[in-house]
Each structure stands twice: as C-alpha cells, then as structure tokens.
Design a protein around this ligand. Structure first.
Ligand SMILES: C[S@@+](CC[C@H](N)C(=O)[O-])C[C@H]1O[C@@H](n2cnc3c(N)ncnc32)[C@H](O)[C@@H]1O
Length: 227
C-alpha cells in the first residue's frame, strides 16, 4: 500500500504532524504554509492580543509563528508546547537561532490532557495562541484547549485561534474539500464549525467571542476573552 504521508514529518504515533513537506536546516524546520501566512498572522495577533506578558502556544509545530510574532516585541515571553517531541526540537533550534533561549521555553504537552504539567508552571498567562491545530487533531484537542485556556489565562487573558472554519453549517468550497481530505486521512480530524462546534465549547469554558478577523484563503483568526 502506498503511504500517502511518506513525505511528511511524523509524530511518535506515526501520524503526520502537518500535511506539508518541511525543509530542515540546523534543526530548524521551515513550514511552507507558515512562510506564506506568518506576516498576516503576526499582524492579527498584534492587533488583538496582549503585546506584553506570557503567551502559551499550543501545537507550536516548527516554532516559526512564535519566533516571528515575538521579533521586536521584547515584552512578549513565549512558551512553545506540542505533543510531538521532534517538533519541539525545531522550536528549540529556532530559539537558539533567534538568540532568545533564556526567556522562552518549549515543553511536550498534550492539549487534550486535563493536566498541562510543567508547561504552565507559574500560571498567569496573558494569552494562549494556537494556529492550524484543531482541525488536524481529534475534537477532544479543541475541548482540552478551551478547558486548559480557562485554567491558565489571567483575568484579562485572550485566546487566539487561527485556521480554517465552517460558519453556521456553511463552508467555502476550498474548506469543504480540505475537510473531506482531512476526514479521509483520519475520521476524527476535520474543519470545525465556529458557530455550531466551537462557540458552544468556548461558552462552556467561560469564553466569549472578542474579535473575528478574515484571513487570506478563507481562514479566520478568532479571539476569545473571558465572559
Ligand atoms: C498542522 S500542525 C500546525 C503547526 C503550527 N502551529 C503551524 O501553524 O504551522 C499541527 C500541530 O498540532 C500538534 N498537535 C496535534 N495534536 C496535538 C495535541 N493533542 N496537543 C498538542 N499539540 C498537538 C501537532 O504535533 C502539530 O505540530
């Protein structure tokens, strides 16, 4: 049988951690999709998220978003987490490359877990950031993400999600075919519907919608605050 995921980096469970071939240099992985979206994601982040304080990233993958967002933002202290240990080696290599190793940290952490362990020591996070994670993972990861953000965010903290979403039962053609492809690879993956699936989860964890930013290619940045 042909392994259609053969060219992707795989996690410890044998599943691909992203659906793209990534170039590696000095331990740093380069994600082609982050290469395309990192500027718009940074812009949306800086417009709607705290510009100082501690940010916890969930499913940080290569680490490029955190390194790019914190560039020239000396008051943002970023903690990388990912369930996939090899991905964190890339985040660490990016930190070493950026020369900011002493103020940032990287932890193996399963967002679906009820205990986020050492990654959240010290508590009081000002922001939780997660890009392109909740559709390439089972629904319990999104649930764990909201529950965990509810536990670790400070009173005025914000939760930022970036990626494709359905809207009230509708989806762009591109997102619908992406959704079908995700479900074919893993029936537990899929593009989540903001109104029908994510908002009820957010409400249940004590969050309200704070901002919605249209992003290129029918993606969204969604920002939540405590309700
Ligand atoms: C498509 S990649 C996105 C990586 C990066 N955030 C980006 O924007 O390119 C999805 C990431 O989510 C991580 N992930 C999947 N399930 C997870 C879980 N249960 N807890 C934490 N991270 C998870 C994967 O290991 C992978 O690094």
């Amino acid at each position: 049988m042909v392994d259609e995921n053969a060219r992707y980096n795989k996690g410890a469970n044998g599943q691909p951690v992203s659906l793209e071939a990534q170039h590696v240099e000095d331990g740093r992985r380069f994600s082609p999709s982050i290469g395309r979206n990192r500027d718009v994601v940074r812009k949306a982040f800086l417009a709607h998220m705290p510009r100082a304080g501690r940010i916890l990233e969930i499913g940080s993958g290569t680490g490029e978003h955190g390194v790019h967002i914190t560039a020239e933002m000396p008051e943002l202290v970023w903690t990388f987490t990912d369930v996939d240990e090899p991905s964190l080696l890339s985040a660490k290599a990016w930190l070493a490359f950026a020369g900011r190793g002493e103020i940032d940290a990287a932890y193996v952490m399963d967002a679906a877990s009820a205990d986020w362990g050492a990654a959240i020591e010290g508590g009081g996070f000002d922001g939780v950031f997660s890009a392109n994670v909740i559709h390439i993972s089972p629904m319990n990861v999104a649930q764990g993400l909201f529950a965990g953000a509810g536990r670790v965010l400070a009173e005025n903290g914000r939760l930022f999600l970036y990626g494709p979403f359905g809207r009230g039962g509708e989806m762009s053609e591109g997102n619908a075919s992406f959704d079908a492809d995700l479900k074919r690879r893993n029936p537990r993956w899929g593009v989540r519907d903001l109104e029908q699936e994510i908002m009820p989860m957010a409400k249940g964890a004590g969050f309200k919608l704070e901002a919605l930013v249209d992003m290129p290619k029918n993606n969204l940045s969604v920002v939540f605050a405590r309700s």
